[in-house]
Design a protein around this ligand. Structure first.
Ligand code: NAG
Ligand code: NAG
Ligand code: NAG
Ligand code: NAG
Ligand code: NAG
Length: 677
């Protein structure tokens, strides 16, 4: 009795001064992490305090103005320095948080801060961190990799400090123990396994007994009047088919500012595969044409075709973009050394190393060799492992390309909201500088990748068991353009209207369906509001829904299976079905939204080249313009993205969370973008 009373008093006393700042959502994280023992009080933990960045709303407004053709600021992108200037937190933020640490006896010499003042860091004993945050720190075991991390169920901050802080680690987001005094540290397992979160363009074709690309496919009757190279685009899509479908010109420009970039991580292209592809499908391109590789923290490419990390993603991305934009040079951001790349992909593909390289303000610490990254999720360089990158973390070394295509992703709920928001803001900063970021939406319908959070890839919560839709990260971020897949059916030609990408894999044992839905973390962005309202007014899918609260802790409430109030995705789509591609010398037919993002990157590049010739700047963040001019796209009205035991959503006239606004109509897009300042 006595004991219970004391604890109660302590809690009451504490809560008078402290406020709950972040809390883990058991239903979401339970399947990922197993709570183990309490962290030893003397273990040193890396405390990292993400300070609130300033002017984020102003930054958002600014980006919207820059991206809105009706604004006088349309197209007036900022420089890198202007962006940094805009977001630097004022001195009193840093001072308030520093004073709080000092008050609690943290040694001043241990407190480090970043150049841009975005982060404070101190390595302190666990017992001190617990007292500071009114929390209990535990070890957690990652159920997939066996890695041990530390974190807590919830933590508190004094009200006057809380307003200055985005989030703290170790916290709801886990950290490794830096030094454990009485226990041996378990090293992370850096297995060379395939990334479960990769938007895989699965093998399809001869591997699984269905006909290969060069099978004698019957020609659709309507194909006989078409040029030979575009007669069977429903069974083998090729660059010639892309051009015919979207009325793209053959590339003929190579300027110094419009090279598009591909983000690659844990997967590496092989030049012999690329050359073989170009010989097969791109007669206008010399087969020796290679992309320019920009290595980030040990990322090197190409690899020999037989390398086990030549998994197809990079080959395909490079194949598509070179075929469509040659002679324009193509860039590859090859991120992380091979040890980290694979580990990152298997669990924590968070883009931070990549963002560091483009925006040094995200990573730079001035003391103790600490970076603004989070060591538990983000690679630490130099990497001591065999074959690891021995150089320093690369910060701010590359000017961001005007177009960046990313075909990687995972569930938005793999990370706490504050973490996701902070990273999404980095993509906003790229938009401010005039970069278009295209992200593949995923291939599992309204579900996530099988195994991402639950075996089915669907969410559990509020009494529901794997019936709730799972949203993709980075597609949830309102500052990127999410690209879904579309397809033609056998028997159709380029003269037919495409459908949503739905296809059978493995002779019907699995399916790809284009990912789409609504974010649990982000509400509807301004540019999507009227379009989304129209969608629900005219085509309400009829499924039960919920309205996610600010911390997304009520997912699945009232039997709802999606957050009606969330940012909807994808924004657009493009063909993602049956591209015959050599991988390690053998031609397979690949499918997935992964094909659609580089295809869109090529389209935006061709448009940017024309704007450059007309003396205009890059298109940049494109969503506001597209949502207000949907007629420059080919609307898709057939197909669904079923999943999680439900029929998912349907492609309908206008925007829908299956195919977005539709596929590119190049001549109409060109006319529109040349008409803008
Ligand atoms: C690549 O092809 C070679 C020759 O066919 C084969 O020996 C090798 O196992 C293949 N590598 C992979 C990773 O599939
Ligand atoms: C394109 O221009 C770059 C220089 O900006 C040059 O290195 C490259 O060789 C050119 N590509 C072709 C195909 O001419
Ligand atoms: C990062 O810090 C290093 C060392 O203080 C400095 O030389 C470099 O310019 C900084 N980089 C950026 C992008 O701020
Ligand atoms: C949840 O559903 C899965 C798959 O249908 C099933 O295996 C599991 O037992 C269910 N769990 C609960 C708690 O009902
Ligand atoms: C519409 O999509 C369904 C699959 O959802 C497909 O079977 C059908 O052929 C498509 N119809 C047209 C006209 O593309």
């Amino acid at each position: 009795m006595y004991l219970i009373n004391t604890i109660l008093c302590l809690v009451l006393f504490a809560s008078a001064k402290h406020v709950l700042h972040e809390e883990r959502q058991p239903q979401v994280y339970d399947s990922l992490w197993r709570q183990a023992e309490r962290v030893h009080p003397d273990a040193i933990v890396p405390l990292r305090i993400g300070l609130k960045q300033y002017n984020l709303e102003h930054g958002a407004e600014r980006l919207l103005a820059i991206s809105d053709h009706k604004s006088k600021d349309y197209g007036k992108h900022l420089t890198f320095d202007e962006v940094n200037e805009l977001f630097a937190p004022p001195a009193d933020t840093v001072n308030a948080v520093r004073a709080w640490l000092l008050e609690h006896g943290v040694d001043e010499r241990l407190i480090a801060h970043s150049d841009n003042k975005g982060w404070l860091a101190a390595d302190i004993p666990a017992k001190d961190a617990e007292a500071l945050l009114l929390t209990d720190l535990f070890e957690y075991e990652d159920s997939k990799t066996g890695r041990i991390r530390i974190g807590c169920e919830r933590y508190h901050l004094p009200a006057h400090v809380r307003e200055h802080i985005d989030y703290i680690t170790p916290g709801v987001k886990m950290s490794p123990v830096l030094k454990k005094r009485n226990l041996e540290r378990k090293l992370p397992s850096l297995g060379r396994r395939k990334n479960p979160n990769w938007h895989g363009d699965q093998w399809h074709g001869n591997q699984h007994g269905s006909p290969p690309w060069n099978h004698h496919w019957p020609l659709p009757p309507a194909a006989h009047g078409l040029p030979p190279e575009v007669r069977n685009c429903g069974v083998n899509i090729t660059p010639a088919c892309y051009r015919a479908l979207y009325r793209l010109p053959v590339g003929h420009i190579n300027d110094s500012v419009n090279s598009p970039a591909l983000f690659e991580q844990g997967d590496y292209f092989a030049q012999s595969d690329v050359s073989q592809f170009l010989k097969m499908w791109a007669p206008n391109v010399p087969p020796s044409t290679a992309p320019i590789v920009l290595g980030i923290d040990g990322g090197e490419a190409p690899v020999p075709a037989s390398d086990p990390n030549n998994g197809g993603e990079s080959d395909i991305d490079v194949d598509i973009v070179i075929s469509l934009v040659y002679p324009q040079s193509v860039l590859v951001y090859q991120v992380d050394d091979e040890n980290y790349a694979v580990a990152e992909l298997s669990k924590a593909n968070t883009f931070n190393t990549f963002l560091d390289a483009l925006d040094g303000s995200y990573c730079n610490y001035t003391a103790y060799g600490i970076t603004g990254n989070s060591p538990e999720y983000d690679p630490t360089y130099p990497d001591p492992a065999d074959g690891g990158y021995k150089g320093k973390l690369q910060c701010g070394i590359y000017k961001p390309a005007r177009v960046i295509s990313i075909s990687y992703g995972e569930s938005e709920l793999d990370f706490p909201k504050n973490y996701v928001q902070r990273q999404c803001n980095e993509f906003m900063k790229l938009g401010l500088q005039g970069t278009t970021v295209l992200i593949a939406s995923g291939d599992y319908g309204v579900a996530g990748y099988p195994g991402d959070i639950t075996p089915s890839g669907c969410l559990s919560g509020s009494g529901q068991n794997q019936t709730i839709y799972n949203t993709d990260y980075l597609s949830n971020c309102p500052w990127v353009t999410s690209v879904g897949g579309s397809r033609l059916y056998p028997g159709q030609t380029i003269l037919d209207r495409e459908s949503a990408m739905e296809l059978e894999l493995d002779s019907g044992r699995a399916f790809f369906r284009n990912s789409g839905g609504f974010s649990n973390y982000y509400t509807t962005p301004s540019w999507q509001k009227s379009t989304k309202a129209k969608y629900f007014a005219e085509h309400d899918p009829g499924h039960p829904y919920y309205i996610a609260n600010a911390d997304a802790s009520n997912i699945g409430e009232n039997g709802g299976i999606y957050n009606r109030a969330g940012r909807g995705y994808p924004d657009v789509s493009a063909n993602g079905a049956y591209l015959p591609t050599p991988i390690n010398g053998t031609v397979y037919r690949f499918s997935g939204a992964s094909l659609a993002a580089p295809l869109w990157a090529s389209v935006i590049t061709l448009l940017n080249q024309q704007r450059t010739i007309a003396g205009k700047g890059p298109i940049g963040f494109i969503n506001p313009i597209l949502y207000s001019h949907p007629w420059v796209l080919n609307d898709i009205v057939n197909g669904t993205n079923a999943g999680c035991g439900s029929s998912g959503f349907k492609a309908v006239p206008g925007w829908d969370p299956v195919t977005g606004l539709g596929t590119p109509n190049y001549p109409k897009m060109l006319e529109l973008f040349l008409s803008l300042p």
